[in-house]
Design a protein around this ligand. Structure first.
Ligand code: GRF
Length: 321
């Protein structure tokens, strides 16, 4: 598969979830590859398993180190490995807000309860004590607040007669090993899913004032101005004319600018067939680590070049608040 997302996995101990994620990444058609396994304990068992499979590892004990400094070193290791995502798998550290914020939307965690129930520790005992019929596991996005980010997937595990926290934990782990690779694959795979990408572009384009959507030669496009006299400022382009790109076409200022951008950043831009001749550039969307703020900036700039002056003025005024 083109464009595999690069994933760094952080562990603290046994690393059975890491192993499940790693072996799933070896399956044909996997959406991600593991570029690093990092631990805050140099003795973490999972490190040996990873390096035995030829995966780079990094270990740095947190003992005696300020939290910021340890987080920074771990983050740097992930960046050096080229990671697009950090996947926490039994990483027993509370992250600094800055670290969590910098990776927002690109950091996942697995938690052994059916969130929002039982964030924190002792999840299995708490579920048993509460008389719940099920425990389970959740995969969620990491935000500065502990175990509180958007839940991406869950699996229930039934609680039986005379269950103990240990017996329940053992079965929950089986569920974890099924759920985590699946959710990670789906989440990172959205980057290649044209429907997901179209939805994002549509949302950004229609958030600009006086815009509407109109199909052009079979592709969605967005116009600024009235239904009658509006002008196109963006077209969605899904693997047109033999390219493997899913892209949004927006207007550049000049042919020189277009050619310079394509030459300097061929992973991010291309000159589209037909449209390229009139200064439209393709901004490639199906690539890991795409910055959506950057796409939004392009859309706004392109919109500005065709929007009625009154709409642009109003938009500027609104920006000041
Ligand atoms: C798992 O139960 C996971 O839900 C929790 O920590 C445990 C890690 O186990 N966050 P392992 O190291 O993956 O075997």
């Amino acid at each position: 598969m083109a464009n595999k997302a690069k994933v760094a996995i952080f562990i603290s101990g046994r690393g059975s979830n890491m192993a499940a994620l790693l072996y799933a990444s070896f399956l044909p058609g996997a959406a991600y590859e593991v570029v690093l396994v990092a631990a805050n304990d140099p003795e973490a068992e999972g490190l040996a398993l990873a390096s035995g499979e030829g995966i780079s590892t990094f270990a740095l004990s947190h003992k005696g180190m300020p939290r910021e400094q340890h987080d920074e070193a771990m983050e740097q290791a992930a960046r050096d490995a080229g990671a697009d995502y950090i996947v926490l798998a039994g990483y027993m550290r509370i992250l600094t807000d800055g670290f969590a914020t910098r990776w927002e939307g690109r950091m996942l965690n697995i938690h052994p309860s059916l969130l929002p129930k039982y964030p924190g520790l002792d999840t299995h005992q708490r579920a048993i004590d509460a008389g719940d019929s099920h425990g389970g596991v959740s995969v969620h996005l990491v935000t500065p607040e502990l175990d509180a980010g958007q839940v991406l997937g869950q699996m229930k595990v039934s609680i039986r007669e005379s269950e103990t926290a240990d017996t329940l934990a053992e079965r929950v782990r089986f569920a974890e090993h099924q759920l985590y690779p699946r959710v990670v694959s789906e989440y990172v795979g959205r980057e290649n899913d044209p429907d997901f990408l179209l939805g994002k572009v549509r949302e950004l384009a229609l958030a600009l004032p006086q815009t509407h959507e109109r199909e052009s030669h079979g592709s969605p496009g967005w116009r600024a101005g009235s239904e009658k006299s509006g002008k196109y400022f963006a077209y969605f382009n899904d693997q047109h004319h033999g390219t493997e790109h899913v892209a949004v076409l927006v207007k550049t200022g000049s042919m020189d600018e277009l050619l310079d951008l394509v030459e300097a950043q061929p992973q991010a831009y291309f000159k589209p067939a037909y449209y390229g001749a009139s200064g439209w550039i393709g901004v490639i969307l199906n690539r890991p680590g795409l910055d959506w703020d950057h796409v939004a900036d392009w859309l706004e700039r392109s919109w500005r070049s065709v929007a009625p002056k009154s709409a642009a003025k109003l938009h500027d005024a609104a920006d000041q608040f």
